[in-house]
Design a protein around this ligand. Structure first.
Ligand SMILES: Nc1ncnc2c1ncn2[C@@H]1O[C@H](COP(=O)(O)OP(=O)(O)OP(=O)(O)O)[C@@H](O)[C@H]1O
Ligand SMILES: O=C(O)C1=C[C@@H](O)[C@@H](O)[C@H](O)C1
Ligand SMILES: [Mg+2]
Length: 173
């Protein structure tokens, strides 16, 4: 079964996607990587040249083109900002898993990383974090807390939850 990972920057969408992909024998599609390939330049340069709005357009394009792939899809942290993206996620065939992480843990994981243009100022990040919580919840079928858990532990937890979702879907048929 495919799945889609959402959550704030540093929640572990890329890391957990890499771990789960071999477990469920499906390729990983990382939307940030697909954007970088499509644009032919790194994310900070895309932000510099076409701004966040230009980046979000690319993000919607890669989301649209991959959403129903048989894959583990790791989204970017801001994918839920666009209404159209939330509609795409809510209509996806695959379950959407929200990797829920406290702000303190996020800071510990991604500080000193200069590859995320929206993670340079702690006050602005905290504002984004608070604005986004309900949007992740809105699109999620499954919520998994990631604080103080290893990527391997989180991956197992997701696999167990997916098994329950699959059983529920079958028993409803
Ligand atoms: N459960 C975890 N425990 C400890 N470290 C973690 C965990 N998950 C991820 N990390 C570390 O946190 C950092 C950010 O993880 P990752 O790049 O997977 O986040 P992301 O959700 O994909 O972020 P973005 O939205 O910016 O793409 C990495 O250094 C990763 O190794
Ligand atoms: O949270 C965000 O808005 C972002 C998260 C990253 O995954 C990248 O998609 C980009 O840096 C924007
Ligand atoms: Mg990522």
């Amino acid at each position: 079964m495919s799945l889609i990972l959402v959550g704030f920057m540093g929640a572990g969408k890329t890391t957990i996607g890499q771990q789960i992909s071999p477990l469920i024998h499906l390729p990983q599609q990382d939307l940030d990587d697909l954007i970088i390939k499509k644009a032919g330049k790194p994310i900070p340069q895309i932000f510099d040249e076409v701004g966040e709005a230009g980046f979000r357009q690319l993000e919607t394009q890669v989301l649209e083109s991959t959403i129903d792939d048989a894959a583990v899809i790791s989204t970017g942290g801001g994918v839920i900002m666009q209404t159209i993206n939330r509609h795409l996620l809510q209509g996806a065939l695959a379950p959407v898993v929200y990797l829920k992480t406290s702000f303190e843990t996020i800071l510990a994981r991604i500080q000193n990383d200069d590859n995320r243009p929206l993670a340079t100022n702690i006050t602005a990040m905290a504002r984004l974090f608070n604005q986004r919580q309900s949007l992740y919840e809105e699109v999620a079928d499954i919520v998994v807390d990631t604080d103080a858990k290893s990527p391997a532990f989180i991956s197992t937890e997701i696999m167990n939850q997916l098994a329950s979702v699959s059983e529920l879907r079958h028993s409803a048929m």
